[in-house]
Design a binder for this molecule. Sequence first.
Ligand SMILES: [Zn+2]
Length: 238
Amino acid sequence: MSSDEYIAGVVLQTRDYREFDRIIYFYSQEYGKVEVLVRGARKITSKLAPLIAEPFALVKLKVVSGRRHYHLIGGEVQERFENIYTNYVKMNGIASVFNCINAIVKKHKPDAKIFSLLIAFLQKANTIPQEKITILMSAFLIKFLAFLGYRPEVRYCILCQRKEFEKDIFFDFEKGGVVCKSHDSDGENKKELSMSALSLLQELLYKRFDYVLEKKKMKKDIQLVSKIINQFYQWQLD
Ligand SMILES: [Zn+2]
């Protein structure tokens, strides 16, 4: 009954399975996230192992559907992002972002916007200098969360809808966006945000990767905003 088919996408994460096998979490264009069993992937003689060992590449997998997973039977690499896996900083950063995605994205929910974002992210990560990787990862993660339905409100205060902030504000993880400091009741689950960090946050969410990467940003803002986005992600996960 099961016939073979091709699915195109990227490996998000892998895990060992049984004695010699491996399961890959694969984000595909066709079905969104799926699990693919690779029989014998941990044997040196495996012909399939090199295909899924390609870190951060766009691959086309030939699979058959089994009872619980797809089974890998062949495939080919379509696009290699070799400037990622030859750079330790980029590679580690992106591996952790992919772990984040894998933890939050549900299986079998294909989404063309998410797929395009994922590929655009890898293409950019491949070409930019290493010092830009943090800002690119932050831009990717916040856009990704927004596409999944967890868009934080960063244009106006969630509590009073005010857009013109007079002074510094908070990012409130519980409420899911920015709030004026004047509403402050307790300091829990909030982080202070400067006006420059707020405008960076808005850029990361609403502007294209190229725009975000072009201009010079303050290191302090990049670090703060990256921390906020990671914490916001964690909040959604819990
Ligand atoms: Zn307010």
